[in-house]
Write a protein that binds this ligand. Structure first.
Ligand SMILES: Nc1nc2c(ncn2[C@@H]2O[C@H](COP(=O)(O)OP(=O)(O)OP(=O)(O)O)[C@@H](O)[C@H]2O)c(=O)[nH]1
Ligand SMILES: [Mg+2]
Length: 194
C-alpha cells in the first residue's frame, strides 16, 4: 500500500487533519497503529470523537511516535487504500527530551517511504528553518503539497498568496482541519497521486 505522511511543526494541526480527513472520507472509526521507538507496535480502535479527544492537544508534541491509519479514497468506480502516517512535529532547536528527539528522527525517516507528503503549516508562522527544508525537498517530489491549515483563524487568508508564491510549483491546499473546510481538495490531491 502507498503511504502518505502528514508532517510539519508541532501543534499545526497534523493530527486533527488526519482524523477529520478520515471522517470526511466516511470512516466512523479509525484503527491507529502506533509505532513507538522503544517498544512493539500496537493498534487501537477509536471512534472519531475518541480519537480527537485522545490524540489532539492544545500543547505541542502530543504526537510522540508514528501513528498510521488506513484510509479508503474513492477513485473512479473503486477505492484506493492509502496508509496515512501522522508524525511527531519537527522543530529547529534540539529538543530537551530524548524521546521527542528520537520520535523526530522517525518522522524524518518516514519521508523516504512516502509517495505523498502533506506538509502542514500555520500560514501565520513565516516559512523558515525546518519548514523551508521540507518545502525545498517537497518541490522536487510529485506527491508533495503544502497544506495551509487554520484558515478559520484571523490573518491566515491574507498570508495565502505569499505561501502560494513560495511553494511553486508545488500546490497549496487551504484548509481548516477544525471547521473541515478544504478537505475535498485534500481528497482530490490524494486521489491524483494514488
Ligand atoms: N482554529 C483551529 N484550530 C486548529 C486547527 N487545526 C488544529 N487546531 C488546533 O490546534 C491544536 C493542535 O492540533 P493537533 O492536531 O494536535 O496538532 P499537531 O500538529 O498534531 O501537534 P503535535 O502532535 O503536538 O505535533 C489543537 O488544539 C487543535 O484543536 C484549525 O484548522 N483551526
Ligand atoms: Mg499530533
Amino acid at each position: 500500500m502507498k503511504e502518505a505522511i502528514v508532517i510539519g511543526r508541532p501543534n499545526v494541526g497534523k493530527t486533527l487533519l488526519t482524523i477529520n480527513l478520515a471522517e470526511f472520507l466516511g470512516q466512523r472509526r479509525v484503527e491507529v497503529m502506533f509505532r513507538p521507538r522503544d517498544g512493539a507496535a500496537y493498534t487501537r480502535i477509536y471512534s472519531i470523537a475518541q480519537a480527537r479527544a485522545d490524540l489532539v492537544a492544545e500543547t505541542p508534541h502530543r504526537t510522540r511516535c508514528l501513528q498510521s491509519l488506513v484510509l479508503s479514497v474513492p477513485r473512479g468506480k473503486g477505492v484506493r487504500k492509502v496508509v496515512v502516517t501522522d508524525t511527531t512535529g519537527l522543530c529547529d532547536e534540539i529538543h530537551p527530551s530524548s524521546a521527542v528527539r528520537r520520535a523526530m528522527a522517525d518522522t524524518i525517516r518516514s519521508v523516504a517511504r512516502a509517495v505523498i507528503i502533506l506538509h502542514v503549516v500555520d500560514p501565520l508562522q513565516p516559512l523558515s528553518g525546518v519548514d523551508l527544508d521540507i518545502l525545498r525537498f517537497g518541490q522536487t517530489q510529485e506527491g508533495y503539497a503544502l497544506v495551509a491549515n487554520m484558515m478559520d483563524l484571523p490573518g491566515r487568508a491574507e498570508r495565502l498568496p505569499e505561501l502560494v508564491r513560495a511553494a511553486r510549483p508545488a500546490p497549496v491546499l487551504a484548509v481548516s482541519a477544525l471547521k473541515r473546510t478544504g478537505l475535498g481538495e485534500v481528497r482530490a490531491f490524494l486521489r491524483r497521486h494514488l
